[in-house]
Design a protein around this ligand. Structure first.
Ligand SMILES: Cc1cc2nc3c(=O)[nH]c(=O)nc-3n(C[C@H](O)[C@H](O)[C@H](O)COP(=O)(O)O)c2cc1C
Length: 160
């Protein structure tokens, strides 16, 4: 059975990681945007990876609602969440748990944190202000917001 990668990406970080997985994969895998899965039969896959960015301290609704909708199959599969976020190193497991643990009861799913990236120039005024505050708190340059962890990303890619 193949591995499956599902993802949601509003600012392309997760998409970039998924493209790296795709180009380096040794074994056949299927990859879908979570919004374009249609009636995908999850029971056909051996391991399900779900990638997403964090927004406002949460997983996007598209991700939590997908997990809820497919909880019966997902409870029976190895599931790994890979998470991009600019400053959630200390919080990501809690954020994933808050979003999906109630649907995946009994499944010891895994969460991996990969840091994040954001092009500030593409954001609205309010988001820029929030980003500058986050950047100051975490000592990174808001005009070059990239806290991605290359080692963690490479380790993830090697699994495929
Ligand atoms: C409106 C907004 C809210 C965000 N909120 C958070 C947050 O709460 N925690 C965090 O670590 N990163 C936050 N980020 C940063 C994103 O998680 C980061 O840019 C990530 O790389 C996005 O992944 P994606 O492009 O695949 O969606 C936020 C970004 C935006 C634009």
């Amino acid at each position: 059975m193949k591995n499956l990668v599902l993802y949601a990406s509003r600012n392309n970080t997760t998409e970039e990681t998924v493209l790296r997985i795709k180009s380096h994969a040794n074994d056949p895998i299927d990859i879908y945007k979570i919004s374009e899965t249609g009636d995908l039969n999850l029971s056909l896959y051996s391991h399900i990876y779900i990638g997403t960015g964090i927004y406002g301290g949460r997983l996007p609704y598209s991700v939590t609602s997908y997990v809820k909708k497919n909880k019966v199959v997902l409870r029976q599969k190895p599931v790994t969440f890979f998470i991009h976020g600019l400053d959630s190193q200390d919080k990501y497991t809690k954020i994933v748990d808050q979003g999906v643990s109630r649907y995946l009861e009994g499944n010891p799913y895994e969460s991996i944190y990969l840091g994040g990236k954001l092009d500030i120039s593409a954001q609205s005024f309010i988001i820029k202000m929030i980003l500058i505050e986050i950047a100051n708190k975490n000592h990174f340059d808001p005009n070059n917001a990239d806290t991605r962890k290359e080692e963690a990303i490479s380790e993830l890619i090697k699994r495929f």
